[in-house]
Design a protein around this ligand. Sequence first.
Ligand SMILES: Nc1ncnc2c1ncn2[C@@H]1O[C@H](COP(=O)(O)OP(=O)(O)OP(=O)(O)O)[C@@H](O)[C@H]1O
Ligand SMILES: [Mg+2]
Length: 304
Amino acid sequence: MARKQTSTKSKASSGGKPNGTTVADKTSGKSGLELSNVCKGYGDEWAREEVLIDLSLSILPGELTAVVGPSGCGKSALVNLIAGFELPDSGEILIDGSPVTGPGKDRLVVFQESALVPWQTAYQNVVFGPKLRRDMSPAQIKEEADKLFETVGLVEFKDKYPLQLSGGMQRRAELARAMINQPKLMIMDEPFRGLDAMSRELMQEFFLRLFEKNRRTNLFVTSEIEEAIFLADRLVVLSNKPAHVRKVIDIKLERPRDFHMLSSTQAYEYKREAMEILHEEALKGFKSTDSQSDFVEAFSTQND
Ligand SMILES: Nc1ncnc2c1ncn2[C@@H]1O[C@H](COP(=O)(O)OP(=O)(O)OP(=O)(O)O)[C@@H](O)[C@H]1O
Ligand SMILES: [Mg+2]
């Protein structure tokens, strides 16, 4: 099942941000995020595996930061730490200058799996959060929900149950359900993974429309470089496990974006730069796997 979460903190933080921008942006209700030397490992003693090592990163308020990295490098582990589902072994994660100590209201996570409740219609699913919290009037909830259904192209399907919707439509309803909560920081972990190419492109467009309208701070994890370039203000390329930031690429394509921009020389250059690093990192991954299997083989031969 998908999980959604959230934490409320406030205090400005600075340092390490381009153009002297501070991470907190209280006036617009958007959160910035700062990770400093975050380390995380799993397992005990001989079974211990370091997954994130000295990972440092600044995410600016109102920006969409895409994160790409080799498969299994620790992207979801990073999401879990920022969401507050788990805590780092060392290092610090600050939201608006305050440390993350657990899940909180200012963050919302959208996972690859659907979080739609099957026995509620698409509309009931979308309005569920604000109705429960009672922080919006019924008229406001309806107005927001109607706008969102319009933006994600689901007006005619709002009274359908999730099982009556295609996979792509379910994801769109999912997006509306997340967006209506207006989190300061939205964290998305490969939300379009598994969709066919056409539905994925449509999702990217719907999502961009929503993002460009609201400019909520967004951390978007994806394994598709083109998707990352199409959506992001900044592209963070992670190393192989244990993951750290290899490169941050500023994506200076104009907004509003459209798919034609992906054929520009500039977009091609971003892709080439990111691919080169990912290729290097993937090779490292294979090498370490090879040496591990060589070791296992040698060890088992010795004990025959
Ligand atoms: N809660 C956990 N307990 C134990 N090990 C974990 C946990 N979370 C992640 N790991 C380990 O950390 C490593 C990275 O996993 P993670 O799922 O974060 O990678 P990923 O980059 O998201 O992979 P993918 O590209 O397949 O989505 C894996 O070796 C995984 O086994
Ligand atoms: Mg993952």
